[in-house]
Write a protein that binds this ligand. Sequence first.
Ligand code: SF4
Length: 460
Amino acid sequence: MKFLVLNLPYQSKIIRKYSCSYFARGFLYPPVELVRLSTIIEENVIPGDEVIFYDAVAENHDEDTCIEKIKNIQPDYVFTMTSVDFISSELKFIEKLKLFAKNPLVIIGYIPSLYPDDFSKYGAVLDGNFETIVYNSLGIRKTQQKTDFIEIIQNEKLKETEHNPDLIVHYNLKFIKNYRYKELFSKGKSGFTYWSFGCPYSCSFCIKTYNQHKVRFRKTENILQEIKYFAENGIKNIRLLDDNCTLKKSLLKDVLKFQSENGLKFNYYGLTRIDLLDEEIVDILIELNFKHIMIGLETINENSGREYNKIFNIDLEKTKLLLKKLRKNKVEISFFMLFNPLTEKFTDIKSTLSFLRTMPVSFASLSYIIPYPGTEIFRKNEQHIEVQNYPEFRWRWKKDYYLNLKKHETYFLRNFYFTNPGRFLNLLRLFFEHPSQAFDIFYDSLRYLFKSNKEREDYF
Ligand code: SF4
């Protein structure tokens, strides 16, 4: 039997994860969840079976090329993952795929698991617990010699199982063409991984709160083995895809100890919350050689913070000193900020910029909050949201709320980068050091700012 794990094609470079999706400007990550799935399948199939991982995004393949390639592969089973933001075009492709697929598909995704009736006609729909369900199904297939694998998956899905992040020690790099992926502003080969899955916080806008609320760490010994495996395969940069890479201090300490005992060194990149930084963690990050810490600060407006359920109990002056220490040690810092067009005004953007002027951050972005279905923000504001479900999915604030979107974005970017000489020079330095990534960012940003196709993704 041939098992195909497919990252669906898209018209431009995107990152597709179970919990979020976004445009890849100057960087590209593999869909690690699908690469892990390929490894789980390969380690649990019957001799003679074949597992193929195909990333149509990284290959730059359009839909027709992708279909031709799949026709040549002739897979028996196709596993794929949908995103939250590009779901309408993904569904159109899934419809085409279904026409020549030998068996029903296995569709993993937040939106399909939220609206299973709309997707079950295409195959088995799996939620965030897909690794365990597929693993258990493969075990049943192996021991009971049952032939209808989709039926096994459908039955397995009905059982109450939990995501076990240690079904494999680490994913197999052989599935991906490593040179096609890159971390932003990095040199050399990058490895992408999760040390944990899920998030224990409850931000009202975040889909993690729906069915990935529990955080599960991989076993430390597996993480350390993966680090060694990355080093053996020439990886220089490690991008942690966890939602909060500083959540478990003891793990960071174990990694640091392991690396110094084994003479290993990487450049690290990761995302976290501002209240998950303290003096000790900052020292560990510096020792681990972190190059970039991304922080979802979201807002400085107290009312919005309450609305987002994201209030930080931090001493701002102390935190500023911690960030300064990171910057002094050449760690770039990014802040992700949100704008709520329902409750916030242009003056809030100005206040955010004044605040950012005092902070030692290298990069910042301002995004309009997206009211995703399944979140608290969505439930509370339904009268302000334009909702359209199957087959053209759309959930966004009513049109009027976007009237000033581009004005706000350009104002924010102009004032953040161009009125602060230090920040601007740092950006120029990074652009000169990484010209091809700089070109991608520049080209895509100009295309975004000057071309409006009124599609869903234009509202990012
Ligand atoms: S901390 Fe981040 S991942 Fe966790 S719920 Fe909040 S926004 Fe989502």
